[in-house]
Design a protein around this ligand. Structure first.
Ligand code: NAI
Ligand code: 15L
Length: 267
């Protein structure tokens, strides 16, 4: 096992719950954190609750770990203040604690919404500039830039995993392109934690779906090889979802519909 003590934030959330048992294979001790109580530690675990906006609590949470998988934060579009606290101040607190305590590698749960204003008719690379589709997407772009600065200045390696849609199954037609199975997410996190030289990199987190908007060729050094695909779900998803309206921004843009709140968008 490459890491003795691994910290996973966001342990009470959807991905935290799905990765909890899987990540035990990656370490001797899995330290779990969230601001919400999710019950006691099980064998091989430590539980340390912390609000990401609380610098002292984050410092204590990070002290003594060898690597971090950062799932904690606001995971949808919404009012700015909670996003500011959790995803902007919170990620700063996390990297400051990592710097002070000598943590050298972080897997940061970024999002496809960093580039959500590219079109579903485009294939984008990791060299395309960010085009966030929401305040949430902007907050993830901040995390990507902040982690780059902590790499350039302090040598803390980070993989910014731009997770597509990681759920048990693809829920709609958009997710046939953006789906990331839980097992592939674990493969991807494992690759990020174990590749000899990670540096600072972004990588799109998707399974081996036939339809894809993303080209991960600039992150071959991570060694991520997806083994699942949304393709077996295609027929069932088509059968239960309506024909897409190709003039609908939710169908035009990679970020999809439900994150676009407030003013109507123009194509
Ligand atoms: P989730 O919303 O289920 O879990 C996030 C967890 O973070 C929650 O348990 C919540 O209590 C915790 N949290 C929120 N604010 C906090 C704060 N201020 N301090 C401490 N903890 C706080 O989200 P999910 O689906 O598990 O996603 C995990 C991460 O992956 C998130 O950062 C999300 O933005 C990112 N992501 C997830 C995708 C997905 O398809 N599930 C897609 C793209 C990104
Ligand atoms: C995200 O960033 C969200 O955290 C997740 O809940 C999904 O909405 C996902 O993107 C998506 O785009 O499907």
């Amino acid at each position: 096992k490459v890491h003795h003590t691994l910290l996973m934030t966001g342990a009470a959330g959807g991905l935290g719950t799905a990765m909890r048992d899987r990540l035990k294979a990656n370490c001797e001790v899995l330290r779990l954190s969230d601001r919400s109580d999710f019950g006691p530690a099980r064998a091989g675990e430590e539980v340390m609750l912390a609000d990401l906006a609380d610098a002292a609590a984050v410092d204590a949470m990070v002290k003594g770990v060898n690597a971090i998988v950062h799932f904690g934060g606001i995971s949808l579009e919404g009012p700015f203040e909670p996003i500011l606290q959790a995803n902007i101040l919170g990620v700063y607190n996390l990297y400051e604690a990592a710097r002070k305590h000598g943590v050298k590698r972080v897997v940061f749960a970024s999002s496809n919404h960093v580039t959500g204003y590219y079109k579903q008719s485009e294939t984008i690379t990791l060299n395309h500039p960010a085009r966030p589709d929401s305040l949430y997407g902007v907050s993830k772009a901040f995390g990507e830039d902040l982690s780059r600065m902590y790499f350039d200045r302090y040598g803390i390696e980070t993989a910014c995993v731009r997770i597509g849609s990681s759920f048990a199954e693809p829920r709609d037609r958009r997710m046939l392109a953006s789906w990331l199975s839980f097992d592939d997410l674990h493969r991807l996190v494992t690759a990020c934690l174990t590749t000899p030289v990670l540096g600072h990199t972004a990588i799109f987190g998707i399974s081996d779906n036939a339809v894809a908007w993303y080209d991960n060729s600039a992150a071959r050094h991570v060694g991520y090889v997806p083994q699942d695909s949304s393709d077996p779900f295609r027929e069932a998803v088509y059968a239960r979802t309506p024909e897409p309206d190709v003039t609908d921004p939710a169908v035009i843009y990679q970020g999809g519909g439900f994150l676009f709140q407030g003013e109507p968008m123009t194509a």
